[in-house]
Write a protein that binds this ligand. Sequence first.
Ligand code: COA
Length: 380
Amino acid sequence: MADQSDTPIKARGLEGVIALESELSSIDGQQGELVYRGYNINDLAANASFEEVVYLLWNGELPTEAQLDTLTERLQSERALPAPVLDLLRATPDTAHPMAVVRTAVSALGLYDDEADTATPEANRRKASRLLAQIPTIIAAFSRIRSGHEPVEPLDTHSTAYNFLYMLNGEAPGEAAERTFDVCLVLHADHGLNASTFTSRVIGSTLSDMYSAVTGAIGALKGPLHGGANREVMRMLLDIDEQGADPADYVRERLANKERIMGFGHRVYKTMDPRAAILRDLVKDLSEERDARKWYDYSMAILNTMKEEKGMDPNVDFFSASTYYMMGLDPDLFTPIFALSRTTGWTAHLLEQWSDNRLIRPRAEYVGATGKSVTPISER
Ligand code: COA
């Protein structure tokens, strides 16, 4: 076999590069299709719960009822945080960026897990469930602490969606809210080799541990070009509302100033992200139910203007913003909620990486100075 390192390929931003093989999710950017382990996202969003999707991504097939019960009970029993991590959240400034809080708390969770550095497949699976069970508790506890309330202890019953909304608000969510939130979790669970998943696999490929890899992935998701976009979308919608601006003019003005419109464009999709289409319908229903039609109207005006002006389509972050907002969630929690769901994909990718590991280590083309020699410091 030819030594690939002798003929390196140069691709800025690794665009178009296949870095590894994965059985987890596939994206058809031309057709606008997303598939988790052979199941179309539209089918999963309509017919499977988040926990079923977690089982699918971690194990390769949808669960039987007995398998689902075992997974659900495991997640329910792991939700409480170690006391020092709760203390850490209490000591965190109220003004901290919630993604920085989740990143720090997830890193801290590793300090209190006896299995943190046990690298067997069984221990890694247990850590994946602990992370998925505890990240919702971190987000809800911080949200309550910063607004002057006591954290609500997690339930050892109910779905991830129900328990999260319950811990956040201190009251039982309605059936519709639980179902809408559950669909959002299904839609965000995995998405090919996106930047945060790649980060988790790069860290995993050094044979570092799961807490390190998920902490790094959270850092990557925080950026506005990735998961941070949903918060920026809501800022834009609120700005339009406060200014009483015409959404089409607002977008055109920003484009004229060479600004990006968050929630549009994608490295892989060249058409509508299928997750955006599902969320668009949810936003429509929610905005009618809640007599808040303006969020849907602003969004559609922005969508049409972006299509006319740039030929661009929305991605998942565009409609998730107004969905979460109409559910009463704080805009700066939107990206942590994305992290909550994507923990499924990050950990599934880590399990896959470690089942056949190869160090991920690309190269850079050196374009700096050459041929210099050191002048003694006294002469510089
Ligand atoms: N608004 C306006 N113009 C955009 C744009 C946006 N959201 N996204 C891309 N473009 C333009 C770029 O300015 C560039 O134009 P140019 O060639 O005239 O300079 C062209 O489209 C290609 O953009 P590029 O940044 O090279 O594409 P990419 O594949 O590197 O970027 C994203 C993909 C997602 C980072 C990019 O579309 C973006 O910044 N979107 C907004 C953030 C967002 O919603 N992220 C969530 C992704 S799920």
